[in-house]
Design a protein around this ligand. Structure first.
Ligand code: SF4
Length: 477
């Protein structure tokens, strides 16, 4: 078994040196002009990307950059990109294109593109050739090297590329600026070994590597003692946590240890690959004090034939066994999932099996996607006779069925009173506050803003496909 690789303390010290140099440059600029240099991080994609963006933000602050209001107002703009779908890439390229006007106006501005997109060789090439005003291009493996890359771009006035392909390493102790005051992401592992045939993640984020459990526990302890109430453990497949370490602690045990930390907080995790999620995991959730009663278990298809083509390595039968076990042990468990419609070779029969599966499971909500071919993945070269119209029609049928199920589940809450933390401001006319149930369901709450960040009893008056609506009956702590 390969041992997880870490970025060495010596390498991190070298980066600290570059941080100090940029910090001095920025201080000199402020002394001369009376103004501060500002930076902006724009982020696309998944929670892992958001967690990386919080580190990039932390590194920029440490180098003396203040926060810019938006990308047009910044001296340094970093665009943290997503490669999971063609649509996301097109959006990012459009936004990079829009920055060319800013660059013409302010040639000293540094534009950086990072994350999953440039980690793909064809995209890195495209950025090099078609976007000559992008100064800095680096992949997911080079986040910790931002100080050095930025210093080079600033002082040598040349374009800097760092997109080497690697299995990836773990850099501990990087600064983080968390976007929210009470919610936090904690990455417990990085990368993926699964190579689902439609997915680029293993190519752009490297092999699975798990953080040391003591570092994870320390981080969670620190968050809890600093008032964070909602902590989400992140990994492309949290259920394979520890598999890359000799005698490593596995995910259910890590969860148990985290749950033993005293405090007023909820713990969530994502994402769970169904092939690795076990009854033991369900048992830990059932007996925990802090685990939210919600699980995201991406099934992707209800057809064994398609699951095989996707290289998912579970069958519908195995998946449903776990669902049944979970429902039997945690009756109020909120289950959500992902489904890809129109995978190459999907027939009407395959799709019907997906519809049957969602009627059986009755997910609270689904993230539904139309299959999008990704360069370099095996699925991109599979035969795909179905037309886009057929796929779109299936997609609409799936959405219709799921919307009906979600609405019915939500209507079951009407007349109930839930004890909720009112800690979010989500715009909804007539409802000043919002909250999430234990299982992650959105609740719009009619309550004064003064009750934000308190716990209150909320009476559910109505429901829609996407949310519950209620009013506070009694405020608490
Ligand atoms: S488990 Fe499959 S879908 Fe998820 S990141 Fe890994 S390869 Fe992609």
């Amino acid at each position: 078994m390969k041992q997880t690789n870490f970025v060495s303390p010596e390498e991190l010290t070298i980066q600290d040196g570059f941080t100090s140099r940029v910090l001095r440059m920025n201080a000199a600029y402020t002394a001369q002009s009376g103004e501060n240099r500002r930076a902006y991080v724009d982020c696309y994609g998944c929670q892992q990307n958001e967690a990386d963006a919080e580190i990039l933000h932390g590194l920029l602050r440490r180098m003396g950059y203040q926060d810019a209001e938006n990308e047009h107002d910044a001296d340094v703009v970093l665009i943290n990109t997503c490669a999971i779908r063609e649509h996301a890439e097109a959006r990012v390229l459009g936004n990079i294109g829009a920055l060319s006007h800013d660059k013409r106006r302010r040639p000293d501005m540094i534009i950086g593109v990072c994350g999953c997109m440039p980690q793909q060789p064809h995209m890195s090439e495209k950025l090099k050739k078609s976007f000559p005003y992008v100064d800095l291009v680096f992949g997911t493996h080079a986040v910790y090297k931002l100080p050095e890359l930025l210093y080079t771009a600033l002082t040598e006035k040349k374009r800097v590329f760092s997109t080497e392909n690697s299995d990836g390493r773990i850099a501990e102790g990087l600064p983080v600026v968390r976007r929210e005051r009470e919610k936090a992401w904690v990455s417990i592992m990085y990368g993926c070994n699964n190579f689902c045939t439609y997915c680029v993640v293993p190519y752009v984020r490297g092999r699975e590597r798990s953080r040391d459990p003591e570092r994870v526990l320390d981080e969670v302890r620190g968050l809890v003692s600093n008032g964070y109430r909602d902590i989400t453990l992140l990994g492309q497949n949290v259920n394979s946590y520890g598999n890359d370490r000799e005698n490593g602690m596995r995910f259910p045990e890590l969860l148990r240890r985290i749950d033993a930390i005293d405090g007023d907080y909820v713990i969530r995790f994502m994402t769970s690959h169904p092939k690795d999620a076990t009854p033991e995991l369900i048992d830990v959730i059932a007996s925990s004090r802090h685990c939210a009663h919600g699980i995201h278990l991406p099934v992707q298809s209800g057809s064994d034939r398609i699951l095989k083509l996707m290289n998912r390595r579970y069958t519908v039968g195995k998946y449903l066994e776990l669902i049944d076990y979970a429902r039997a042990h945690i009756p109020d468990l909120v289950i959500t999932s992902d489904i890809i419609v129109g995978f190459p070779g999907e027939t009407e029969e395959d799709f019907q099996e997906t519809l049957d599966l969602i009627e059986y499971v009755r997910y609270d909500s689904l993230f539904t996607f139309l299959y999008s071919p990704r360069v370099g993945t095996p699925a991109a070269s599979m035969e795909d006779p179905a037309t886009l119209e057929e796929k779109q029609a299936r997609f609409n049928r799936l959405l219709e069925a799921q919307n009906r199920i979600s609405r019915q589940i939500h209507e079951g809450y009407i007349g109930k009173t839930l004890r909720l933390r009112l800690d979010d401001l989500k715009p909804c006319p007539g409802y000043a506050l919002s909250a999430r149930t234990d299982g992650g369901r959105l609740v719009h709450v009619d309550a004064p803003e003064s009750l934000r960040r308190t716990v209150a009893d909320v009476f559910i008056e109505r429901a829609s496909t996407y949310a519950l609506f209620g009013k506070v009956t009694e405020s608490g702590t």
